[in-house]
Design a protein around this ligand. Structure first.
Ligand code: GDP
Length: 365
């Protein structure tokens, strides 16, 4: 268990922000996720990226290595331990990642295709983000498709723009103006994040990127980290109180029906008594049988696909099994740990109340 010393050390300790990628179909959400996850793995440099269940963890060292060329990186200190990127793009994981009506996703990346501008699903995403009060960054993707674009892999946009012809610059500017206008029509002020956007809460940043050739991905990562750690200090302060959401309920051969969860705060331990919402209006009361994360890639040949843990600390994505399985668990609801001083009946009530709210939220979305 956590000692008093550890606890006091953690008073001002920030957890990793949770990030979702949203936007219209074909805007490049999957490609962007691949790009963020894959760049360094392929190059074999500054590794440390870990694949989780339903998420990818980018440790601070990895991010720092990737943004080191940025001017902004010189005088800034990374306070968050990393970034937890939800692997599935789109609305569904975002709507499931909630707690008592508010969003668990700390920051979203709204991907917009520079050639297409805002599309119906972009507007749907925007409305969801507004309704959950979630901050977001606009990733204006596919800049490489501008006619005559000269690729500058992984370069910051200022550097990449300097390489472009006047025609490309003109087309870029024209498209940005159009897209800023389209956002304005939705009641959202946006601004190109060329020089640092200091008023991000009123004016959302647009980061022009290419998920194909990697332009300005460093700026996007840097903005995600520095913006969240600066403006969400309170929300991101690590707490020992367990905050955990069920993202998926999945049958796995040999394991039975498991739940994939995002542990936002606190520690889960093998053997913990837990309560999860069940359909049929009955809460599931059980124990954590195993806490699983995928094997690191290099150990793929080792027997068994998962690593077992006796305890896991937030922020992480984890697969959980229980002796009786989770057949009736409901994705998008909270997982509660029954502590030594907790009354089981009260915890069960809280869990089911949470489900009622989830139903309301999902019907009104
Ligand atoms: P999603 O539906 O939003 O997940 O979109 P995808 O990531 O599947 O991308 C849709 C298509 O656009 C695919 O053919 C991608 O290869 C392509 N694409 C995505 N990002 C870029 C980009 O930055 N530049 C170019 N040229 N193509 C891209």
């Amino acid at each position: 268990s956590v000692s008093a010393v550890e606890e006091s050390e953690e008073e001002n300790f920030l957890r990793s922000p949770i990030c979702c990628v949203m936007g219209h179909v074909d805007a490049g959400k999957t490609k962007l996720l691949d790009c963020i996850r894959g760049t360094n793995v392929q190059k074999g440099e500054a590794g440390g990226i870990t694949q989780q269940i339903g998420a990818t963890y980018l440790p601070a060292e990895n991010i720092q290595e990737r943004i080191k060329e940025l001017k902004a990186a010189d005088d800034k200190h990374m306070k968050v331990p990393g970034l937890l990127l939800i692997d599935t793009p789109g609305h569904e994981p975002f709507t499931k990642l909630r707690s008592r009506g508010s969003g668990l996703c700390d920051i979203a990346v709204l991907v917009v295709d520079i050639m297409d501008g805002l599309k119906p699903q972009t507007i749907e995403s925007l409305n969801l983000l507004k309704s959950r009060n979630t901050e977001f960054i606009v990733a204006l993707n596919k800049v490489d498709r501008l006619n005559g674009w000269k690729p500058c892999p992984n370069a910051p946009i200022i550097k990449a723009m300097k390489q472009q012809s006047q025609d490309v610059k003109n087309e870029f500017n024209m498209r940005v103006v159009q897209i800023v206008t389209q956002f304005k029509e939705q009641g959202i002020n946006t601004k190109l994040n060329v020089n640092e956007n200091k008023r991000m809460r009123e004016t959302y940043s647009i980061v022009p990127i290419s998920a194909k050739s990697g332009e300005d991905i460093p700026d996007l990562l840097s903005l995600m980290v520095y913006w969240t750690q600066k403006s969400m200090t309170e929300k991101l302060t690590y707490s020992n109180e367990v905050q955990c959401t069920v993202l998926e309920v999945k049958y796995v051969e040999g394991l039975g029906t498991t739940i994939d969860v995002i542990l936002v705060n606190g520690v889960l331990r093998r053997g913990d008594q837990i309560v999860v919402c069940g359909n049929h209006g009955t809460p599931i009361v059980t124990r954590i049988q195993s806490l699983l994360t995928p094997e690191p890639m290099k150990e793929l040949r080792v027997k068994g696909k998962y690593q077992h843990h006796s305890e896991i600390r937030a922020t992480q994505a984890i697969k959980i099994t229980s002796p009786q399985g989770f057949e009736h668990a409901i994705a998008g609801t909270a997982l509660y740990v029954v502590g030594p001083d907790d009354d089981l009946e009260e915890v069960k009530e809280a869990a089911m109340e949470d489900m009622m709210k989830s139903v309301l939220v999902n019907n009104n979305k």
